[in-house]
Design a binder for this molecule. Structure first.
Ligand SMILES: Nc1nc2c(c(=O)[nH]1)N[C@H]1C(S)=C(S)[C@@H](COP(=O)(O)O)O[C@H]1N2
Ligand SMILES: [Mo]
Length: 323
């Protein structure tokens, strides 16, 4: 977001959006109708009981959709959400699919450490067996002013926090993407960036029901480009908080030094709650472009999730709604 000379948000939409996201508008609306009508995603193509460790992108048994999370807009076409991505470990363009899919997703371990009863490293499939997987429809709002609405599979971050048994003195959670010691993704050679990618939340944010760890998308295991096999999903915050391909969760009593805040805290701060009233220094945040249709819609405070999260910021509004 910082060192490229040609930024995609400075280009006309037609130049910024890859061909693959232009899809027939009628097909999009038909798809949305099918979802609203309660048809299972993937329909007949979905295998009834594929193993938990099924390959990325392959259909798996559908977990129940949590009816508490509904959308005010059509579901984004799958082809758009899985081909227009931000994942700087694989390059700064939106086209990271080929590079990201080279990353091996198994074996994959998660390290749980910091202020916990007992530090632990466990395999991702052992973690998944211990977590209650469900499906949720969530909006996603990138700080670059594009947005999508997708069906994630996964489990509440609160369940992972409980599993980790943090000490009562822990006040923050830090989540980290793989570094070169785990997988030498090409973007990690860029010395300008403060690798590894780290994000953080207060304990109150991390245990709010909206905070989610995604393991799948559109009824299939998550693919590399979307942050497989474990990816944070925080629908009320700008997308850069939703750290991908997590290898470590750490508990601390110090505010985490996050990747984008280390680069530019005024533009990409620790809180990063979606707020249409506070423009980015180089563009407005009042509207957002929907991936797939390219429709422009007004941005909502907390990305429309104020009822669930505004209470987290009582008395903190001045900083938590600025950046
Ligand atoms: N490790 C890592 N996580 C990341 C990023 C990244 O570059 N590296 N980009 C973030 C940004 S800016 C956004 S908008 C979302 C994009 O997720 P998507 O590609 O699945 O839509 O991932 C976030 N998580
Ligand atoms: Mo983003």
């Amino acid at each position: 977001m910082l060192i490229r000379t040609k930024r995609d948000w400075e280009l006309p939409e037609s130049a910024a959006t890859p061909e693959s996201v232009y899809i027939n508008r009628r097909a999009l609306m038909a798809g949305a109708g099918a979802i609203a009508g309660g048809l299972a995603l993937g329909g007949a193509a979905r295998a009834a009981d594929a193993p938990v460790g099924a390959p990325a992108g392959a259909p798996v048994a559908a977990p129940a959709r949590n009816p508490a999370y509904t959308l005010d807009r059509p579901v984004t076409p799958e082809a758009a959400a899985t081909s227009y991505n931000n994942f700087y470990e694989f390059g700064t363009s939106k086209d990271v699919v080929t590079a990201a899919q080279k990353m091996p997703l198994r074996p994959w371990t998660l390290r749980i450490d910091g202020m916990v009863e007992k530090p632990l490293t466990l395999g991702v499939d052992d973690l998944l067996k211990a977590m209650p997987v469900e499906e949720r429809l969530y909006r996603h709002r990138c700080v670059e002013a594009w947005a999508m609405a997708v069906p994630w599979m996964g489990f509440p971050l609160a369940k992972l926090v409980a599993f980790a048994k943090p000490l009562s003195s822990a006040t923050y959670v830090e989540l980290q993407t793989f570094g070169r010691d785990t997988y030498a993704a090409p973007g990690l050679r860029q010395p300008f960036y403060p690798w590894p990618y780290v994000e953080g939340l207060t304990m109150a944010e991390a245990t709010n029901d909206l905070a989610f760890i995604s393991t799948g998308l559109y009824g299939k295991p998550l693919q590399g480009q979307n942050g497989a096999p474990l990816r944070l999903t925080l629908p009320w915050k700008y997308g850069f908080k939703s750290v991908k391909s997590i290898v470590r969760i750490s508990f601390t009593d110090k505010k985490p030094k996050t990747f984008w805040a280390l680069l530019n805290a005024d533009e990409y701060g620790f809180w990063a709650n979606v707020n249409p009233a506070v423009p980015h220094p180089r563009w407005s945040q009042a509207h957002e472009r929907l991936l797939g249709s390219n429709e422009s819609v007004p941005t909502q405070i907390f990305n429309g999730y104020g009822a669930q999260v505004a209470g987290l910021y009582k008395g903190l509004e001045k900083e938590a709604l600025f950046m």
